[in-house]
Design a protein around this ligand. Structure first.
Ligand code: 4KX
Ligand code: MTE
Ligand code: MTE
Ligand code: SF4
Length: 658
């Protein structure tokens, strides 16, 4: 019997309409756990680097994490993997909500889409019954609207539906997949789904998932639930609000946005507004948030409630979570939370990524101010009206409409800042200053290079900073007594010496950034943060109660037992670390094979005003060595063989990469 997983994938060929339930090889789980790990293996085996994002051979994989559907709290992530149209690398994006557990209750660990449907369809999965159904009537419908329409049409109010909006149908390169209380947002997965002709996947499952040692697992979960409740009542002292309690950054519960609005940058990632958060703004924004926040909501089997239903008069309700609350205000330079949430509603229905979209639009306005784009680019046609140029909010909305419809200048901008800049030319490339690997970053521009963040930005395969940072505080405490208090219940550290690193860390002086923590310490700390994220992305546990947090219920010391009790795998801490290394190297290998090299491991030049090129080189060299990579960022033969990745070596040698 297979424990925690179903042991089956659902393979759907959209070109032929063939549907197959395929038994999976348990050795893959033994090598790579599940979720991202086994997604990466399928990409490796079946999507060679010659495959382009919109080729029929590109796969779109919805992989449930290994622990999803078990009693483990917060284990609910679907890891969506494909070749990204924007970066041309292997993208993986997450959605929480209820989809992954439901998929497992229907009997599948993954849904794998290949080929292309000649007409728009949706997929309906009810346990063993799987249908490809016509979706012509859903064409152009909103991503949230579609979910409701499908549930009503199927008369299945409990089905969970992942859908794209108009942006995905029109293959916008930063379009998302939306699903109930969550979103797989970044790197254009919605566009790949649209290219495959799939408007939505609806799933309803009524089967059980077996776990290996239920009583023991229950005990671990009870402890975690109790700990979570305690932590919510006992925030980590003197931390910014989003980090003090558990949850994906708690911006729905929390109204205080001083930290984000004053430290993050506005417009096309240009302007830091250090005195933005005045009492007047605080009052107005709090009033807006409280009045449109209908209720706080959680994902499957999680008590944390870090999402909210947002209902703005005159608009359909939608789900909001985390920093997308602010991105539209920041991008448009409009000092109104209501504007931000109104735009986010529209963008969610269109199925657009809330991080990239505002930056692409802000970039376009900067080009216009610089005379690179002209009034002609914003003139109307028979199809659409001219842009209302005088008002930031109105012109922002106008451009979003053009992008999702790929009309006029919107068609160029629909590919993101990097590609648009190169298409527009005339010096537009200079305004592309906040992308890494052709992908828009969170809008931050800071003073002195931060060695930990330097390494994270440089080498992070997920491309989202929030999806690699976490376990280590962003800033040191000034008062040594606070540091002492902090480490007292920091049982999460992989080893005691991490506490020593933290106790010594000062805001200023010899033991301050950029030279402290030192190179060796930085490698260890970044590796720890990354390792925890890779475990979560394999198990499907939400980082909001794990890797993103300073003191979460899941940590490196209890994870092995949790996984063992759920799956029956023979696993201890050392073996778990080896799993993670293997998963990490395989993700890297997929991308190396697609051309990712050292020059891609480069944060935006102006991310920090003060850079230390020689020191940064030393940091990157040391981190590569730490990871078992050569100085070009390629995993070495020894590293790969040690982890049982001989098939990668063989391929690399054949291609002349090694
Ligand atoms: N020597 O760098 P600063 C995330 C100066 S994303 C000499 O501007 P600060 C989420 C600077 O030059 C991750 N001078 O930053 C969560 C500057 O001077 P200026 C975010 C040095 O304000 C939810 C001034 O000091 N975090 O979490 O201190 C959703 C101010 O410095 C210096 C990070 O990216 C030195 N060694 O703090 C989305 C990095 N060092 O005003 C995303 C880690 C600095 O004249 N975190 N200076 O230009 C941090 O750095 C802090 O938390 C942050 C910035 C962000 C508040
Ligand atoms: N959980 C895992 N395993 N991996 C992730 O990258 N991202 C976190 C959180 N949980 C993340 C994760 C962040 S930063 C956010 S904002 C939310 O998921 C997004 O939730 P959603 O995907 O349900 O919309
Ligand atoms: N875009 C949409 N449409 N909806 C969202 O909730 N969340 C943002 C961003 N873009 C979000 C969004 C946040 S807070 C994060 S951390 C990332 O997407 C999550 O990226 P992923 O879904 O690709 O893992
Ligand atoms: Fe969902 Fe928040 Fe719980 Fe994560 S912490 S599972 S995002 S409710």
């Amino acid at each position: 019997m297979r424990y925690a997983e179903t042991g089956y994938n659902l393979e759907i060929d959209l070109t032929t309409g063939n549907i197959e339930k395929v038994e999976t090889d348990p050795r893959d789980t033994e090598a790579l756990l599940g979720g991202l790990g086994t997604n990466a293996k399928i990409m490796w085996d079946r999507v060679p680097p010659e495959v382009e994002p919109f080729d029929p051979e590109n796969l779109l994989i919805f992989g449930a994490g290994l622990l999803c559907g078990t009693m483990c709290p917060g284990a609910n992530r679907t890891i969506v993997t494909t070749v990204s149209p924007q970066t041309r690398f292997m993208a993986y994006s997450m959605m929480g909500g209820f989809f992954a557990p439901e998929m497992k209750y229907a009997g599948y660990d993954k849904i794998i889409l290949r080929g292309k449907s000649p007409k728009l369809v949706y997929i309906w999965i009810k346990d063993d019954k799987v249908e490809i159904r016509d979706a012509a009537h859903l064409s152009g419908k909103g991503a949230v609207e579609t979910q409701d329409l499908i549930r009503a049409e199927l008369k299945e109010p409990r089905a969970h539906v992942a859908a794209i909006g108009l942006a995905g149908e029109n293959r916008v390169w930063y379009s998302s997949i939306e699903q109930g209380r969550s979103s797989a947002s970044r790197q254009g997965l919605g566009g790949v789904m649209g290219d495959k002709g799939v408007k939505a996947i609806a799933v309803r499952g009524t089967k059980d998932i077996n776990v290996y040692k239920p009583a023991e697992l229950h005990k671990e979960c009870d402890w975690m639930m109790e700990y979570m409740m305690w932590r919510q009542e006992n925030p980590v002292p003197k931390m910014m609000p989003i980090m003090a309690i558990l949850g994906s950054p708690q911006e729905m519960m929390e109204c205080d946005e001083k930290w984000h609005t004053e430290n993050f940058v506005w417009g096309n990632a240009r302007t830091r507004r250090k005195n933005f958060w005045t009492p007047e703004i605080e009052e107005a924004w709090t009033h807006t948030q409280v009045s449109v926040r209908t209720r706080l909501i959680s994902c499957y089997n999680c008590p944390i409630k870090c999402g909210a239903v947002i209902t703005i008069p005159g608009q359909a309700a939608y789900m909001m979570k985390c920093f997308t609350k602010l991105t539209y205000a920041l991008g448009a330079m409009v000092d109104s939370l209501e504007f931000s949430l109104t735009m986010a509603q529209k963008a969610t229905e269109y199925g657009l990524d809330g991080f990239s979209t505002p930056q692409v639009i802000a970039f376009a306005w900067e080009l216009w101010e610089a005379g690179i784009l002209t009034d002609e680019d914003f003139a109307g046609t028979e199809e659409y009206p001219p842009c209302p140029m005088g008002d930031n909010a109105e012109r922002f909305e106008w451009l979003m409409d053009r992008i999702v419809r790929r009309q006029g200048i919107g068609d160029i901008l629909a590919n993101g800042v990097y590609w648009a800049a190169r298409k527009i030319g005339k010096g537009a490339e200079v305004y592309d200053h906040n992308t890494i690997r052709k992908h828009e970053q969170t809008p931050l521009k800071l003073g002195m290079v931060n060695p930990l963040y330097y390494l994270m930005y440089a080498t992070n395969e997920k491309l989202n900073i929030t999806q690699i940072e976490g376990q280590w505080p962003q800033m040191p405490y000034k008062d040594p007594a606070d540091r002492e208090a902090f480490v007292k219940d920091w049982f999460h550290v992989p080893a005691e010496h991490y506490k020593e690193y933290f106790l010594k860390w000062e805001p200023k002086g010899e033991f301050a950034m950029p030279y402290y923590p030192g190179i060796k310490e930085c490698c260890e700390i970044v590796n720890w943060m990354e390792m925890m994220h890779y475990i979560d992305d394999a198990t499907g546990v939400c980082t909001g109660i794990s890797a993103f947090h300073l003191k979460p219920p899941y940590h490196i010391h209890n994870y092995p037992n949790i996984i063992a009790y759920a799956t029956g795998l023979d696993i201890d801490e050392e073996k778990l670390i080896t799993f993670t290394k293997r998963e990490r190297q395989l993700v890297r290998a997929n991308n190396v094979r697609r051309g990712w090299r050292r020059e891609d491991d480069t944060p935006p030049e102006d991310h920090w005003a003060k850079r230390l090129p020689e020191y940064e080189k030393q940091l990157l060299d040391a981190y590569y060595e730490f990871k078992g990579w050569n100085m070009d960022g390629i995993p070495t033969k020894e590293t790969l063989l040690e982890l049982g990745l001989g098939y990668v070596v063989e391929d690399f040698e054949k291609r002349g990469i090694l």
